[in-house]
Every structure is written in structure tokens, then in C-alpha cells.
Design a protein around this ligand. Structure first.
Ligand code: DX5
Ligand code: ZN
Length: 214
């Protein structure tokens, strides 16, 4: 399985977002991860498709939108049009997760489904053949800079045992210490936000994470 890094812009200085995204692209990020929060599914509000679209001309690195929103399907088309190659919604946010995944693929984008650390992995089991990626949250969604929740490793292990070839992404509290744990459990796509911002530079942080991938 190819190990991939997906830096999140959430903890960056938003007044210098273009520079941050350009630096992530130059440092060889595999994806740029956009955390979209609606003030309903999670308390904070972040940004929408217009902001993502404004960054799209910076380079060819694929974009993924992580929708921490209720009624995520209302925004699928907008984020696809903004240039996201993958759109991830929360299984907890819709009673129609399978239909939503199908609609993403019909739009020509990769379908991702996410679960909170407090949700059982069984929630996504019926969806596995209909999605391109499962995102296991390793913190409670809503904020950067939180502490890694180790019990989420059990969800990663379970999903990996059910889907040996599927991309499994982890998001929250990922740094060079926790990355080997999630990799060992079976994850192959790693989101990181605050670790990169705490690093001497975004590029140096990405280099350290890549090193931790082994
Ligand atoms: C949290 C977001 C994450 C966030 C991770 O709800 O989904 O993508 O940026 O931040 P860190 O890496 O600081 O835990
Ligand atoms: Zn995220």
C-alpha cells in the first residue's frame, strides 16, 4: 500500500493560506486536506468551496474536502466544482451514506466516508465496496491540536481486516510518534495539521512525517 501524506490547512495562518498551500505542494504533499465545518455537526465554522477554489490554481496536488457538516450532500457539487478530487463525509451525518457515496462517484470524484472515534467501525462496514477511502478520526472532530485517541486504532485494525486494499486515512493528533502506531494498525493515508505548524517549517514537518513512514 502506498503511504501518503495529506497536510491539513486548518492550523495554518489563514491570512497566508496561499503560501502555506504552495509550500505543502513543493514539499511533496500527496493531498491537501481541507477541513470544512458548519457550526452544526461540529461547533466551529471554517470555510467553504470558494476558498478552496481560490487555491486550486496553485498547483496540481489533489485536494480533498473533509466535510464535518450535516446534510453533506448539499455541498458535494460545489466542492467538486472547486477542484476537489476526493470528498469525505461523515457516516454519522446522514442516514443515507451508501446513496451519498454513490452520488460522489457519479460526479466523478472519489468517495470518502469518515467515522468519529466514538463510533463503531461496523458503521462503515456495509459501505466498504462503495467508497474509495475510509477516514478514521483519531480525535473528536472540530479542532486542531488535540490529543490522539488510542482506541481509534481498534477501528483502523478492524476496517483493514475487512478491506485489505482500501485506502484508510487517519486524522487527528498525527505526529512522528503516533504515525508508526496508525501505520502498524493498517492506515496508509495520514492527515497532519498542528504538528506541521509547530515544526520549524511546513516543509521540515512534512519531511519528518515522511521519515516516520519508514
Ligand atoms: C479536526 C480536523 C483535522 C485537523 C487535525 O477536526 O479534521 O484535519 O486539522 O489537526 P491535528 O493534526 O492538529 O490534530
Ligand atoms: Zn480533517
Amino acid at each position: 500500500m502506498r503511504l501518503q501524506l495529506a497536510p491539513s490547512v486548518l492550523s495554518c495562518d489563514l491570512s497566508r493560506l496561499a503560501q502555506a498551500v504552495a509550500e505543502m505542494m513543493d514539499a511533496g504533499a500527496d493531498w491537501i486536506h481541507f477541513d470544512v465545518m458548519d457550526g452544526q455537526f461540529v461547533p466551529p465554522i471554517t470555510f467553504g468551496d470558494q476558498m478552496v477554489a481560490s487555491l486550486r490554481p496553485l498547483g496540481p496536488t489533489p485536494f480533498e474536502a473533509h466535510l464535518m457538516t450535516l446534510t453533506p450532500e448539499r455541498h458535494f457539487e460545489a466542492f467538486a466544482r472547486a477542484g476537489c478530487q476526493r470528498i469525505i463525509f461523515h457516516a454519522e451525518a446522514s442516514p443515507h451514506a451508501l446513496r451519498l457515496a454513490q452520488s460522489l462517484r457519479d460526479m466523478g470524484v472519489q468517495a470518502g466516508v469518515s467515522i468519529n472515534p466514538g463510533s463503531p467501525p461496523e458503521l462503515v462496514r456495509p459501505l466498504l465496496e462503495w467508497v474509495d477511502l475510509v477516514l478514521v478520526m483519531t480525535v473528536n472532530p472540530g479542532w486542531g491540536g488535540q490529543k490522539f485517541v488510542p482506541t481509534a486504532l481498534d477501528s483502523v485494525r478492524a476496517i483493514r481486516s475487512w478491506a485489505p486494499e482500501l485506502d484508510i486515512e487517519v486524522d487527528g493528533g498525527i505526529d512522528p510518534t503516533t504515525l508508526p502506531l496508525v501505520r502498524e494498525a493498517g492506515a496508509n493515508v495520514f492527515v497532519a495539521g498542528s504538528f506541521l505548524v509547530r515544526s520549524p517549517s511546513l516543509a521540515e514537518g512534512i519531511r519528518r512525517l515522511r521519515q516516520a513512514c519508514g
